[in-house]
Design a binder for this molecule. Structure first.
Ligand SMILES: Cc1cc2nc3c(=O)[nH]c(=O)nc-3n(C[C@H](O)[C@H](O)[C@H](O)COP(=O)(O)OP(=O)(O)OC[C@H]3O[C@@H](n4cnc5c(N)ncnc54)[C@H](O)[C@@H]3O)c2cc1C
Length: 454
């Protein structure tokens, strides 16, 4: 069976064990399963040939159902790329060309394997940047497929508003052009947004047109500690309501600060902290806004504040936020982390964070809480191992139930994959049936990443 694929795609097909191993798992889901082969696609034609081969195999023998799983950088967290049955992993990382930079239109056209860091390097000198930053150096195709977002989503939005158009290949080989190079369109059903967040289950993204933003002229950051989570949340609301040009607003709980102090040898107050960044357009605006922000957090009850203006100062200040994951890895050797990403209406965030903290203690689970507080979205990073995995799962389940009760969602940014499938029925009710019909319409033979999302 694989012989025909090798004839078609020659050395783009690998069955080398190191390649199979690196495509058998993601960054967090506990299950590993090797694909039959990895196809390193270099063109649209390679993708169409792989899909045509899978359809042909099925036509020869019903039992030859060999699905295809699109693979970007493999940094997802919910089992998105983990094979369920013998399958082909379709690796898009070699489709990594920046095709067109269009500064006059604030646009760039890229292949799906371009990483977010590589894109911003390619934009150097244009005065523009692509703001969506999920932490990991993910591929732009994978980021669109998971509707990723990150710390700057508060100001610039996640993938949906920043992807203006997509080229997508369906399993029948048809190529769809979805969206336009315009900031807005009201023409017809929005299939572009349907494919964003579809996790490789409806089609393969082969090209993206992305929106760019001017690099901020003046950046100013604050790190503010509070005596309690309540006052930190109160300050976050005051900042959100102030009209100040917030770009990032992140919350770390006291458990996070304890882990960071141990890991980096600092003596920060082991108290809840807000990490705040403002993007201003003039020096005078920066100074005024900086003063206003300080007055505001002090009025709410900040117990310690430090400001950062230069790049070095800001990097040093945000080190704690960026190093948290590694601080926890060091604190819990031999453990993996289950990372939840519930989101709730902004006013319900403190209630859910308090619940999450209490539950970690009650269930005697190690970990900490870190939040994109400006988006009502936060992560519990739960240390787990083989024996404690069922308890970590039970924790995540209870947190999702609480988030849904508060009008929230089971996943604000990581997506569904395998782990969160069980939450979709309570979240979507009868709409889930319509999602199944959409899957059936685009992929009637269930060849693309089967068993994920639905
Ligand atoms: C330390 C860490 C921190 C993280 N923080 C965040 C965060 O803050 N926000 C956030 O959103 N995510 C976060 N993530 C998760 C992850 O980085 C994102 O989900 C990312 O978007 C995945 O991109 P990828 O290229 O690695 O995709 P992969 O893991 O390779 O694939 C993800 C899914 O997309 C599909 N896919 C990939 N490429 C294509 C394509 N071209 N066409 C169709 N389908 C495709 C795959 O089939 C799969 O279902 C984090 C991960 C780590 C390890």
């Amino acid at each position: 069976m694989l012989g025909k694929l090798k004839t078609l795609l020659a050395d783009k097909v690998s069955t080398v064990s190191a390649d199979l191993e690196s495509h058998s798992h993601d960054e967090s889901y506990p299950l590993h399963r090797l694909p039959m082969a990895v196809v390193y696609a270099q063109s649209l034609l390679d993708i169409r040939q792989t899909l045509a081969w899978a359809r042909e195999a099925l036509a020869w023998a019903r039992e030859a159902h060999i699905p295809v799983i699109p693979f970007g950088a493999g940094t997802s967290l919910e089992g998105h790329i983990v094979p369920q049955t013998p399958c082909i992993s379709l690796d898009l990382s070699r489709m990594n060309r920046v095709l067109q930079v269009l500064p006059a239109d604030f646009l760039v056209v890229v292949e799906p394997g371009v990483s977010r860091e590589a894109l911003n390097l390619a934009l150097k000198g244009t005065g523009l940047f692509f703001p969506v930053d999920p932490g990991a150096n993910a591929s732009l195709g994978g980021m669109a497929a998971t509707n990723a977002s990150g710390t700057t989503t508060l100001r610039y939005g996640g993938m949906r508003p920043n992807v203006l158009a997509l080229e997508v290949v369906l399993t029948n080989g048809e190529v769809l052009e979805l969206g336009r190079r315009t900031r807005k369109t009201s023409a017809g059903y929005d299939l572009k947004d349907l494919f964003i967040g579809s996790e490789g289950t409806l089609g393969v993204i082969t090209q993206l047109t992305l929106r760019l933003h001017p690099l901020p002229a003046y950046v100013h950051a604050l790190r503010v500690f509070f005596a309690s989570l309540e006052t930190a949340a109160e300050a976050a609301y005051a900042l959100l309501g102030s009209g100040l040009p917030l770009a990032r607003l992140e919350l770390l709980d006291e458990l996070s600060l304890r882990a960071i102090n141990r890991y980096l040898g600092h003596d920060y107050p082991q108290k809840p902290a807000l990490f705040v960044e403002f993007h201003s357009s003039t020096k005078a605006a920066l100074e005024g806004e900086s003063r206003a922000a300080l007055e505001l957090v002090n009025a709410v009850g900040a117990i310690a504040v430090d400001t950062a203006i230069t790049q070095e100062e800001r990097s040093a200040q945000w080190e704690a936020r960026h190093q948290l994951y590694w601080a926890l890895v060091a604190q819990y050797p031999g453990h993996q982390f289950m990372i939840t990403d519930t989101a709730v209406p902004i006013s319900r965030m403190p209630e859910l964070v308090r619940y999450a903290q209490g539950l970690l203690g009650q269930m005697n689970l190690g970990g900490s809480i870190i939040g994109h507080v400006g988006d009502g979205n936060f992560h519990s990073l739960v240390a787990t191992n083989e024996t404690r995995y069922p308890e970590a799962e039970a924790y995540a389940m209870r947190l999702v139930e609480k988030a849904l009760e508060l009008g929230g969602t089971s996943t604000g940014e990581h997506g569904v994959g395998l782990r969160k499938k069980k939450y979709l029925a309570p979240e979507h009710g009868v709409a889930l049936g319509w999602m199944r019909q959409i899957k059936q319409l685009f992929d009637p033979e269930n060849l693309l990443n089967p068993g994920k999302i639905l």
